[in-house]
Design a protein. Structure first.
Length: 144
């Protein structure tokens, strides 16, 4: 298993988009628009791959000088429950720290709140609806 950072210009990007679509968008009847793809052209992406197959990923968007927003965390259905999501999250945190970020924030799907609290993330505010389902804002201060 290999963990690495890619960009929207990387050869793995298209495979990652397929995974994100299958896991996160398709079940909600959503797709990726050209605008969605364009908006993340400067983002970084954490991927976990094995045998040239992407098993999981997340997007990282700079929000402010010291705040990184995590987005679109996805793990292939066949790989869920094997700890890959946790490893991607920890890899993203280490990457954020190495880049000088002090805090990670994101909108978690409400059903995933317990997963993130297990890794030190705190819910902020009330649940809200985003892309047709309940979400909660979560954040964590990073220790360097």
């Amino acid at each position: 298993m290999e963990f690495k950072i890619i960009t929207a210009q990387s050869p793995e990007y298209d495979k990652m988009i397929v995974l994100r679509y299958e896991i996160l968008r398709k079940p909600l009847g959503l797709s990726f628009s050209k605008e969605d793809i364009e908006q993340e052209k400067d983002d970084l992406f954490c991927i976990c791959q094995e045998n040239n197959e992407i098993l999981g990923c997340c997007a990282m968007t700079k929000q402010r000088e010291t705040i990184l927003k995590l987005r679109q965390m996805a793990v292939d259905t066949k790989q869920q429950g094997k700890g890959i999501g946790a490893k991607i999250l920890l890899f993203a945190e280490k990457t954020a720290i190495s880049m000088g970020y002090e805090k990670i924030t994101f909108h978690a799907r409400a059903h995933a709140e317990k997963f993130y609290t297990k890794y030190g993330y705190t819910p902020v505010g009330e649940q809200f609806i985003e892309v047709t389902i309940p979400h909660i804002k979560m954040e964590k201060k990073l220790l360097s």
